[in-house]
Design a protein around this ligand. Structure first.
Ligand SMILES: *[C@@H]1O[C@H](CO)[C@@H](O)[C@H](O)[C@H]1NC(C)=O
Length: 137
């Protein structure tokens, strides 16, 4: 049994998008600290703004019994420069996501099946955690 979880978090990136309609990432160009440079508007297609990979379960047959399916700018170029990214997390029973950080970023968890214990440690070392159950849609 898998426990798919949609994990939506934003990364704070300086945004070119504030002064133009969009900045679809030019994945052929190198990625800088602010993301990719913008693809020429004439080369942008609707597919740059669509990502369907979150509908497929990740493979949890690994040591941590977890799989992350990212929808970051390399997979979803329309997000480039928006300070937004998403990921699908699949956890098998007993699965765990190792402690990690999202510097200057925020995260939203949406549990779609089962339940997980999720939390964070503040910079003052206080732990906040809670059992999150699937949302009823
Ligand atoms: C899942 O990963 C395991 C370990 O790498 C592999 O043996 C297995 O074939 C993979 N399953 C699928 C459905 O990809």
């Amino acid at each position: 049994m898998f426990l798919p979880i949609l994990c939506i978090f934003s990364l704070i990136l300086s945004s070119h998008a504030a002064v133009q309609d969009f900045c679809v990432g030019d994945l052929a160009a190198p990625e800088g600290p602010a993301g990719y440079s913008c693809k020429k508007p004439a080369k942008v297609t609707v597919d740059d703004f669509v990502f369907s990979g979150l509908g497929m379960a990740g493979n949890t047959s690994n040591l941590i019994k977890a799989a992350v399916t990212p929808a970051f700018a390399p997979q979803f170029p329309g997000l480039n420069g928006l300070g937004l990214s998403m990921a699908r997390l699949d956890l098998a029973v007993g699965g765990v996501v190792p402690m990690h950080t999202h510097p200057a970023g925020s995260e939203v968890l949406l549990v779609t099946q089962g339940a997980i214990c999720a939390g964070f440690i503040s910079s003052a070392n206080s732990v906040t955690s809670k059992l999150l159950r699937r949302v009823t849609l």
